[in-house]
Design a protein around this ligand. Structure first.
Ligand code: 3HC
Length: 313
């Protein structure tokens, strides 16, 4: 049982806007929530490399290949960064990775959709990284120090990801009719899954209450989703692309773009593992883990050898 006085003191620190650091006293539930959220975030970054990595060898020019390689490398770094943040909470990254490989850990639903054309790579940068920026800008104010600091660095790189994506989409939308059609098709396939990235409606979000109370989240799923829609619809219109939502309508009173209902059956099917690419993504991660075993063994042997030396010295 958590000592009430300690809980009260912790809440006072949160309410005062203080950062909680790894060695600070914290409720076990706070620690567990952060491990859940940060590990899923880390898994999402690593799995997110797969759909985009699929196009590195097929990028239409050297410049496009260079910026895509840079982006995918960034995502790997974000994942490792976030595994480090999770480890400050007393869990080992090998344990987290094994949970993912065993199919026991979640990662963002968005990465379970196929990348069918080059336009998908632009739309992922624009919509998926755009949605991530909206969410991560909020998480940069999270009460847990290591997570909020990781977000500050990651958001800087995400901005490059979004810009390179928008530039690809804008170029195709202003290209020949076949290119514009390809870009519109990609928007039609990625729009709704991008809205699902923000999670279920607030009323169906079992974790949001405590995350808001402890200022891990400072905005709700629906608030962030609405902000993303308000930012993105004008960008689509500027590029001459339409949003695949017949109910999309601007409300001059609230200054919001009101949008239609999300297909929550699809959302829950995808997070249950029944999305278009779930199996393919996990199998690719398992293969990469098997193929990379020799690197991990070599690094561990090197570290052990040098640890002995420094102990002797
Ligand atoms: N994909 C998979 N699972 C999701 C999900 C999604 N899009 N949205 C919600 N869920 C899961 C939650 O994990 C939770 O399940 P759990 O209790 O078993 O973990 C359940 O659905 C209920 O959702 P809640 O709203 O209660 O969960 P949260 O309060 O945690 O909110 C979240 C969900 C908004 C994803 C939040 O966890 C979050 O902000 N996570 C950190 C950011 C993150 O993970 N982003 C993923 C994308 S990373 C990315 O885009 C990389 C970029 O480089 C492209």
């Amino acid at each position: 049982m958590e000592d009430n006085a300690k809980m009260e003191q912790f809440q006072q620190r949160i309410d005062a806007g203080e950062k909680i650091e790894p060695k600070d006293s914290m409720p076990e539930k706070y620690r567990k929530q952060l491990i859940r959220m940060i590990s899923q975030h880390a898994h999402s970054e690593i799995v997110g490399m797969l759909p985009e990595g699929n196009w590195i060898t097929r990028a239409p020019s050297l410049q496009r290949k260079l910026s895509l390689i840079a982006k995918v490398q960034d995502e790997a770094g974000h994942g490792l960064y976030l595994y480090c943040a999770a480890e400050t909470l007393g869990i080992d990254r090998d344990e987290l990775v094994q949970q993912l490989l065993d199919g026991k850990a979640k990662y963002s639903s968005i990465f379970n959709y196929p990348t069918l054309t080059w336009a998908d790579i632009g739309v992922i940068g624009w919509l998926v990284d755009g949605a991530a920026i909206v969410n991560q800008t909020m998480l940069a104010k999270a009460s847990y120090g290591p997570y909020s600091r990781a977000m500050i660095r990651i958001c800087k790189e995400e901005n490059f990801h979004k810009r390179q994506g928008m530039e690809i989409v804008a170029t195709m939308a202003a290209g020949v009719p076949a290119q514009k059609k390809m870009a519109q098709d990609a928007v039609n396939r990625w729009w709704w899954p991008s809205l699902m990235m923000f999670g279920p409606h607030d009323s169906d979000s079992p974790n949001s209450g405590v995350l808001l109370k402890w200022k891990v989240k400072t905005k709700t799923n629906d608030e962030l989703r609405q902000r993303f829609v308000n930012l993105t619809v004008p960008q689509a219109r500027a590029m001459g692309l339409s949003i695949p939502d017949p109910n999309l309508k601007y409300d001059p009173e609230t200054k919001n773009w009101n949008f239609g209902e999300i297909d929550w059956d699809e959302f829950y099917q995808v997070i249950k593992g029944n999305g278009p690419c779930n199996e393919e993504r996990i199998e690719a991660r398992r293969k990469a883990h098997r193929d990379g075993a020799w690197v991990r063994d070599a690094a561990a042997a090197y570290a052990a050898k040098h640890a002995d030396k420094s102990n002797v010295a």
